[in-house]
Each structure stands twice: as structure tokens, then as C-alpha cells.
Design a protein around this ligand. Structure first.
Ligand code: NAD
Length: 324
């Protein structure tokens, strides 16, 4: 395979799993991230695999840096993930817009200048906001985001459409909701993953939300990004992603059932539901991309717990997210 993938934000959770999957199948990967801290990649890849990744440290808000890195990478496929999460955008909406909106424009501008015709980028189910019933939302549902983050992601989808209309750049924006798995350590919806890590350490943990959410195993999320980058559709598309819609109660119970503790249940939960409709309909992406994996909740949680346990036993389990 000779394709080169330029991946922004790949020192983060979803990006680390995309890099892992690409390196495992012999792909060439260039990571562009403002962070040079590769602890997430190291948590799921060995040294030999890591040595095959090329790293460029840079800030997505600096257009010249993005252009120069993308150009130098020789990439023909771009996966754009760099971004700030909901709480950071809430605390500082201006910084949020610079990174999430202007940063995304910088990626498209660089692709336009270089002549790259395929960009896959992370949108989010946060573009929707709440819905009144339990029905799964498809992409025709109204978008009424209730956070700055969701508004920024929606703006990116509109800008991607304009880049197709004006410059013929094909794009796919993917809308995950609650991704879980090793390396998920930032934002409110990282709580279930933090609960798995805490349980492995024998520590109590309180998941700060209730209700139900659409819960997707991170390896499946990564597979969707790669499939869309490989099999680029013509036009500007946005697709929901869907794992399993489950209550936090079921997640907490399952974690507790996997890790017996003498003091009773380690994992508790409570709080308002995530302000995003809990069920996404992913039939649109499944109509155009064959064979997307769909890891059942129990299998994904078990794999995550097993991976955390191996890291713990090796003295390599990063607990900075729990201690923060
Ligand atoms: N994780 C989820 O459940 C979820 C759900 C919906 C959408 N998304 C979106 O998917 C993308 C990836 O999510 P994640 O969970 O991997 O996030 P993450 O927070 O783990 O990683 C984000 C990465 O972006 C980098 N970054 C931030 N600002 C940057 C800047 N100015 N310049 C360069 N790099 C910068 C960070 O260093 C980090 O490595 C994000 O755009 C996020 O909004 C994630």
C-alpha cells in the first residue's frame, strides 16, 4: 500500500487508533499535532510500530504551518481530527472557534493549495442537540446544537460543502457521539472509560452523567475514518456513526460485574444526561461503506479492561486523567 495519510490531532484518542490500524496494515502515516507527547500511541503500539510514524509538531490555527506540513508529508489523504472538546469550547469559545473552525479552514485551504481532493474530518453528533423522543436520528434530522462545540462542528460541515462547490474537494464529516476505549481521557463522555481504568486499579469512580448515550468502541470509530479516507465518495458528505445505544446504568453494572471488589461496587453514576440525542441511525454510511465493524458493548468494554490491566501490570498505565 503506497498511500500516505496526513492525520491532524493524531496524538489524541481516535487518532491514535487510526494510526495503529494504518501502521498495522503497512500504511504511511504523518501525524500533525501541537503535542509531541506520544503516550497515547505508546499505550497501544510497540516501539517498532511507533518508529514507522512520522511526526510533525504544529498548531492547526497556523495556516502556514499546516500548509507546509501537509505539503512536505506528500500525503494524498487527509484525516482531520485536531480539535478542542466541549468543556474547553465552553470555557473559551473564542479559542474553541480558532482551533475547531479556523483550524478546519486551514486544513481545507492547505488541501486546496496542494491539490489534495479528499478530506475526512471529525464532526460530531453534538450538531444535533436533544430530541423529544427516543427515535434514532438520521442525517435528515434538524440540527439544533446546544453547545458552542456543536455549533462549530456544524459550521465545519457547511464550510466543507463550500470547498466542494468552489474547489471540488471531496469530503466526509463523521459524527461520533460517545467513543470509548483506551486513550479516551478528555471531555465529559470520557467518564465511562475512566471508570474502566479506575476499576482496573481498584479505585472507585463516579460517572458524572446518566440516561442513555450512543456508545462506540474506538477501534470501530477509527475503522470508519480509514474506510472513508480510502474509498472517498464524490461530494461533501456527513454521516452519523453508531455503536450501541445503552444506559449508563448498564455500562456501570457491566464494569462492576467484570471487576469484583470487596467493598462493593466501585463504579457509580448520576447526573443529567448528555445534551445530545442518545441514538444515531448509521444506515447512510453503511449503505456506502461495506463491512464497517460493530463491536458489541460487552466485548469492547472487556477488551478495554484487559488492555488497561496489561498496562497496569507493566507499570505503564497512565493515570494523569484520573488524578487531574
Ligand atoms: N471522542 C469522542 O467521543 C468524540 C465524539 C465526537 C467527535 N469527536 C471529535 O473527534 C476528534 C478527535 O477526538 P479525540 O477524542 O481523539 O480528541 P482528543 O482530545 O483525544 O485529541 C485531540 C487532539 O487534537 C490536538 N490538538 C488540539 N488543539 C490543537 C491545535 N491547535 N493544533 C494541533 N493539534 C491540536 C490535541 O493535542 C490532541 O492530540 C475531535 O475533533 C473531536 O471533537 C470526538
Amino acid at each position: 500500500m503506497s498511500e500516505i495519510y496526513f492525520i491532524t490531532g493524531a496524538q489524541g484518542c481516535i487518532g491514535s487508533w487510526i494510526v495503529k490500524a494504518l501502521i498495522e496494515r503497512g500504511g504511511s502515516v504523518v501525524v500533525f499535532d501541537r503535542s509531541d507527547d506520544s503516550r497515547r500511541l505508546s499505550a497501544i503500539m510497540d516501539g517498532e510500530q511507533l518508529a514507522k510514524v512520522r511526526f510533525i509538531t504544529g498548531d492547526i490555527t497556523e495556516g502556514a504551518a499546516v500548509l507546509s506540513a501537509m505539503n512536505e508529508s506528500g500525503a494524498d489523504r487527509v484525516i482531520h481530527l485536531a480539535g478542542l472538546q466541549v468543556p474547553t469550547c465552553k470555557a473559551d469559545p473564542v479559542a474553541g472557534a480558532l482551533v475547531n473552525v479556523a483550524g478546519t479552514l486551514n486544513v481545507f485551504e492547505a488541501a486546496k493549495t496542494i491539490g489534495i481532493k479528499r478530506v475526512v474530518y471529525a464532526s460530531s453528533a453534538a450538531v444535533y442537540g436533544m430530541n423529544d423522543d427516543d427515535a434514532a436520528l438520521d442525517e435528515t434530522a434538524q440540527c439544533s446544537p446546544t453547545t458552542h462545540y456543536g455549533v462549530f462542528k456544524r459550521a465545519n460541515e457547511g464550510n466543507a460543502r463550500v470547498y466542494f462547490l468552489d474547489h471540488g474537494i471531496n469530503s466526509v464529516g463523521l459524527r461520533p457521539l460517545t467513543v470509548y476505549g483506551v486513550n479516551r481521557d478528555t471531555g465529559l463522555t470520557s467518564d465511562p472509560t475512566k471508570a474502566m481504568k479506575s476499576a482496573v486499579l481498584g479505585r472507585p469512580f463516579h460517572i458524572r452523567f446518566g440516561g442513555a448515550t450512543d456508545f462506540q468502541y474506538v477501534a470501530d470509530t477509527a475503522a470508519a475514518f480509514i474506510a472513508c479516507a480510502d474509498d472517498m465518495l464524490e461530494g461533501a458528505h456527513v454521516f452519523n456513526l453508531h455503536g450501541e445505544t445503552v444506559t449508563v446504568d448498564r455500562i456501570a453494572k457491566f464494569i462492576n460485574s467484570q471487576i469484583a471488589h470487596s467493598n462493593g461496587d466501585l463504579i457509580t453514576f448520576g447526573g443529567p444526561p448528555i445534551p445530545i440525542a442518545a441514538a444515531m441511525d448509521d444506515s447512510a454510511i453503511r449503505r456506502v461503506v461495506n463491512g464497517l465493524p460493530s463491536t458489541p458493548l460487552e466485548a469492547g468494554v472487556r477488551e478495554t479492561i484487559d488492555r488497561f490491566a496489561v498496562l497496569r501490570d507493566a507499570g505503564r498505565l497512565d493515570t494523569s486523567d484520573l488524578d487531574a
